[in-house]
Design a protein around this ligand. Structure first.
Ligand code: C2E
Ligand code: MG
Ligand code: MG
Ligand code: MG
Length: 277
């Protein structure tokens, strides 16, 4: 197929575009059944207090095991689900599944820890978002202040006006909010000022070369200072080496997660990190 002058000529695409389109459509189609057919699973990654090395939280990360295509990473289907609106069902499933797991661990006698849940702000533009979110959490009976919703700058910006009221209301009820991937999007300071954010998550990009790259080191240092001045905690994501850990500790980073401590794992594998009461 040929595409002229970059214009859309009724289905005349380059092979590459054609390929991308059919892949997109396949994901949209397959997502329709993914929940019913129980193809999703939540993995959990421990988040540690960097000073005490205690696991203080876990981040829930969705995994899609497709019967034919194998593992499909969230970076591939979450953005598509956000475009089609399928994210609402995914958000609800993730929140419900994580809360159920949290309750299960509490009943097994593990110390309650915060559950950090990736949540697209797009769902805050639906009808009654506060009521719906509360309803899911109430079903499991877990405490609001042990739930942290991780929102990304992108999903926040796209839905800002509707999202802001919901975030404030949920926050008044005790739910915590973390700004995910901080520094990779627009990072407008307006959001930090207007929103009840408890925690900034420094993106792993800044850590990758932190031992050799003075600029990244300065950025991380200053982001931590900024967060602390504003009364927020900082979580560093993607800690892989002891050198990265040392730099972060030097600048007073509160919390961290990464392969250095543990990869995201199925719930049963996380139990060894949890403390029995
Ligand atoms: P994120 O929330 O910023 O999650 C961090 C990503 O970094 C995760 O990738 C995690 O597995 C990975 N990671 C953690 N530590 C390390 C490390 O030390 N080294 C390296 N190389 N990677 C590390 P993952 O699980 O593929 O998720 C990618 C993104 O997809 C997430 O970024 C999040 O934006 C989105 N996502 C994942 N699960 C969910 C979900 O349940 N709901 C929604 N709405 N989005 C999700
Ligand atoms: Mg996250
Ligand atoms: Mg992140
Ligand atoms: Mg990310």
């Amino acid at each position: 197929a040929v595409k002229e002058n970059g214009k859309d000529n009724f289905g005349l695409y380059t092979d590459e575009e054609q390929q991308r389109r059919s892949e997109y459509m396949e994901i949209v189609n397959d997502l329709h059944h993914a929940i019913d057919k129980k193809q999703f699973e939540l993995f959990y990654q421990p988040i540690l207090n960097l000073e005490s090395r205690k696991v203080i939280a876990v981040e829930a990360l969705i995994r899609w095991f497709h019967p034919e295509k194998g593992f499909i990473p969230p970076d591939k289907f979450i953005p598509i689900a956000e475009q089609t609106g399928q994210i609402h069902e995914i958000n609800s499933w993730v929140l419900r599944t994580a809360c159920t797991q949290k309750k299960k661990w509490e009943q097994m006698g593990f110390e309650p820890i915060t559950f950090s849940i990736n949540f697209s702000c797009k769902s805050f533009t639906q009808v009654d978002p506060v009521k719906n979110t509360q309803m899911i959490i109430n079903e499991s009976g877990v405490k609001y202040d042990e739930i942290q919703l991780e929102i990304t700058e992108t999903s926040l910006i796209e839905n800002f006006d509707l999202a802001i009221d919901t975030i404030r209301e949920l926050s008044e009820r005790g739910i915590k909010f973390a700004l995910d991937d901080f520094g990779t999007g627009y990072s407008s300071f307006t959001y930090l000022k207007k929103l009840p954010i408890d925690c900034l998550k420094i993106d792993r990009d800044f850590l990758l070369t932190i031992e050799m790259d003075k600029t990244n080191e300065i950025i991380v240092n200053k982001v931590i200072e900024l967060a602390h001045v504003l009364g927020m905690k900082v979580i560093a994501e993607g800690i892989e080496t002891v050198e990265q850990l040392e730099v972060l500790k030097k600048y007073g980073c509160d919390r961290g997660q990464g392969y250095y401590f543990s990869k995201p794992l199925p719930s049963s594998h996380i139990e060894e990190f949890l403390v029995k009461q």
